[in-house]
Write a protein of this length. Structure first.
Length: 198
């Protein structure tokens, strides 16, 4: 296990409140010991038009939904959104919506926000924070978008793309934390773990 995280967790049961394979993968690669418990189905639309409030509120709701069901645990909730010109692009409902999202993002710069929340059940503490990354898309042809949607990858992802998967070709450049675009900024997690121990 990553020594910095091992020290911060100090033997405490650590739970990821997410069904996201990307977040699970990030924690595994970081060598963190954790369990996964899926949060209850939380309505992700119409939370807040402000991106920061949106991701902080949803990440907190996810963590708190698990906190009700466990004892003496540290629970991590996370939520990622794509924002283009102030418009929040969550997960597409279907292929048609995925196409519209990717067409909008084509050739443009957008922002990726991930909110993360930690709930320490025993100490009754909750802390939240967020990370922001800028992403610039390549100019995309309609056929490229349709072929990508046909892979099925975009349908469970904010903004209808996965930078770590087949969607890598969509991206011209990023400014900031790649883990944040994938769905879990580890440096922000470490910051919150340090603060919640104080």
């Amino acid at each position: 296990m990553n020594m910095a995280f091992k020290k911060l967790l100090n033997g405490k049961r650590f739970i990821l409140a997410s069904s996201s394979p990307r977040r699970i993968d990030i924690l595994k690669k970081a060598g963190i010991d954790f369990e996964v418990i899926f949060p209850e189905n939380i309505e992700e639309r119409n939370i807040s038009s402000d991106p920061v409030s949106h991701v902080l509120e949803l990440s907190k709701k996810k963590a708190e939904s698990i906190a009700k069901r466990v004892i003496d645990s540290l629970i991590l909730g996370a939520d990622t959104i794509v924002v283009l010109n102030g418009e929040i692009l969550g997960k597409p409902r279907d292929s048609e919506e995925a196409f519209k999202m990717l067409k909008k993002l084509s050739g443009k710069e957008h922002l990726v926000y991930t909110g993360i929340s930690l709930v320490d059940k025993k100490e009754e503490k909750t802390l939240s924070g967020y990370q922001l990354t800028k992403v610039k898309f390549n100019q995309l042809k309609d056929k490229e978008i349709k072929d990508y949607i046909d892979t099925g990858e975009p349908l469970d992802k904010a903004g209808a793309y996965g930078i770590q998967g087949m969607g890598n070709f969509l991206v011209e450049k990023i400014e900031g934390d790649l883990d944040n675009v994938i769905g879990l900024p580890l440096r922000k997690l470490e910051e919150l773990l340090i603060k919640i121990r104080d």
